[in-house]
Design a protein around this ligand. Sequence first.
Ligand SMILES: *Cc1c(COP(=O)(O)O)cnc(C)c1O
Length: 512
Amino acid sequence: MSIPGRPAPDAAPATGTPAGPRAHLLTNGTAEQYRRVLAEGIDRVSARIARTDRPFTGVTPAALEPTVAAVDLDRPLADPAAALDELEDVYLRDAVYFHHPRYLAHLNCPVVIPALLGEAVLTAVNSSLDTWDQSAGGTLIERRLIDWTAQRIGLGPAADGVFTSGGTQSNLQALLLAREEACARTATPRRDLLPRLRVVASGAGHFSVQKAATLLGLDADAVIALPTDATRRMCPDALRAELARCHADGLTVMAVVATAGTTDFGSIDPLDAIADRCAAAGVRLHVDAAYGCGLLVSPTRRHLLAGIERADSVTVDYHKSFFQPVSSSALLVRDGEALRHATYHADYLNPAPRPTGEQLPNQVDKSLQTTRRFDALKLWLTLRMMGPDAVGSLFDEVIDRADGAWRLLAGDPRFEVVTRSALSTVVFRYLPTGPADALADDANRYARRALAASGAAVVAGTKVDGRQYLKFTLLNPETTLDDVAHVVDLIAEHAGRYVHERATAGIPCPVG
Ligand SMILES: *Cc1c(COP(=O)(O)O)cnc(C)c1O
């Protein structure tokens, strides 16, 4: 059968390249144009990546803003080359490059090439993972990867999950499920229960837990932050006491959130002991493994996650320790049925199943998102081209390097280090001679800014017990101990100069 005005289905594809606006649509007729334009973009980026000699140029917002503001968005450029030239000025030249060995700041990883191949494929095909009829094989690939991850965790045969935009969304969804499970388990009316719901986490847990509690309509003080021990881990005894106190006060703990890899300290809460306390009190356990999930594929350190298999839900961020591009993340749950709390039906999209009808696999039934990227493809190609051990050994390498960095700093009298990380962070501060905490705060703040302004290295800052510290987050296996030692010396130089100048000439350098 043929439709008037259309070529028959088996006719040769059109060869003429369309002109005008349609030249920009990716269609049969522009496939070659697509290949050419993308190749040009890849050439630029690969040249830029290859000649990056520092992680950052040190550009300030004030210096860059006029360049971006000067672009006339209503007057397009003639060709991709011109657009890419302009992009050099507004973005590429001054971007922060995580692949550079002296980028040591946040939980950003250099990305693996198989994942970039996945990214290129998934954006061109542009599947949307909400319903089977918008993705087909993409749905099955995502489901395989969810099953694979759940199996690595050890969540059991009823496990399920879904890819998310990041750890923040995974934690939000985990707490949504916890809230709904808590409501489902009691006869207390929801409006009476909500103000009495509590979430127990540690003080070193992620702020997204607090944000999720607010979004879920919980009380302002619903998240109870337990003090941590000297290694920045949750104390199981403090947890037991807090669970008992909540019970005695008529409060309902809807979830305990344990962290497998705290953002600052890389500390892993004692999961088995925490699972024991949760089981004894009949409380749901969520494990935030946004950072520590890379251990799931570590050839040498999987045991550090022992107990994670007892969680009711787990957050994993492949875009942190699996070397995946942003975004790639998932929420896993022990009991797949719990995901029903995220299920809403629309007649046009995912109609409620008829009693007898066969239900299509619609991932929107499990997700907080509707239209959703096929991020799973990046992990799929990573596993198919590298395999899990190769990913895990990259993570192992950076953990080893962080331990070397910790030892280096612990043996350096100019610095003070906080707890030794189980993962790949090092929290430390420059210590001027003499007991001057306020001066130390300013000197460390100054050193961090001066370092970033020079572009020689990028490190993070954080507070420990109210004082200013610096932080390395190592996620690049290319970072050597020599790189670390070099950056440590630069920090000591900047901080030392600050202390010296302040002593000799008043306050020389404004520190914001
Ligand atoms: C990064 C992080 C998150 C948030 O993840 P995003 O992907 O940035 O949204 C949550 N928990 C922990 C422990 C993290 O390190």
